[in-house]
Design a protein around this ligand. Structure first.
Ligand code: ADP
Length: 162
């Protein structure tokens, strides 16, 4: 296979994301573009530029990963414009699949872009950025679930309580 786009909010990137993207680089010979969602209508805890910088730092050691902001618009068009053969999604459980499957069909119909699902490692199955934000904002220790760059960032910029 060739090039994939892995979209997400990455607010913040956590070990579940890292595991999926790292595995994907072994499958996609031209690499993975991590597309960091930007939507002026939506409130993120970490600003876009910082999310992009954090994802870039986390993967600085790994060839084949590039990082781009994903402006509001059709993901299928973004993927097509980059010459990507596939959209990459990680699945935690059947709920993720039920949510993702209609979008996969829609993106294939819109732009002929396939979606490739990788089953996440169960050890990260309880991880979501929203749960990490909630626990961290209440003072809980979430370091075990985060890459070092994100641990450092959150130590310097604690998340406000939701
Ligand atoms: P989250 O769901 O953690 O807020 P995103 O919206 O940024 O994360 O999701 C980006 C992609 O990463 C999606 O395909 C999502 O299914 C996947 N993903 C998120 N968390 C995990 C995990 N723990 N294991 C496998 N895939 C995951």
């Amino acid at each position: 296979m060739t090039l994939a786009v892995c979209p997400g909010s990455f607010d913040p990137i956590h070990n579940g994301h890292v595991e999926i993207i790292t595995r994907a680089t072994k499958i996609f010979s031209e690499g993975v573009i991590v597309a960091v969602a930007h939507n002026p209508q939506k409130k993120f805890s970490i600003p876009l530029q910082e999310r992009v910088e954090l994802v870039s730092e986390v993967f600085s050691w790994l060839d084949g990963v590039t990082v781009e902001p994903l402006e509001t618009g059709l993901l299928a068009e973004f993927a097509r414009s980059r010459g990507a053969a596939a959209i990459l999604k990680g699945l935690r459980d059947e709920k993720d699949f039920l949510y993702e499957a209609p979008m996969a069909t829609m993106n294939r119909n819109l732009a002929g872009v396939e979606t490739v699902f990788l089953a996440g490692d169960p050890k990260h199955g309880h991880l979501s950025s929203s749960l990490i934000r909630e626990v961290a904002s209440l003072g809980g220790d979430v370091d075990d679930y985060l890459p070092r760059a994100v641990q450092r960032h959150l130590a310097q910029h604690p998340l406000a309580r939701a």
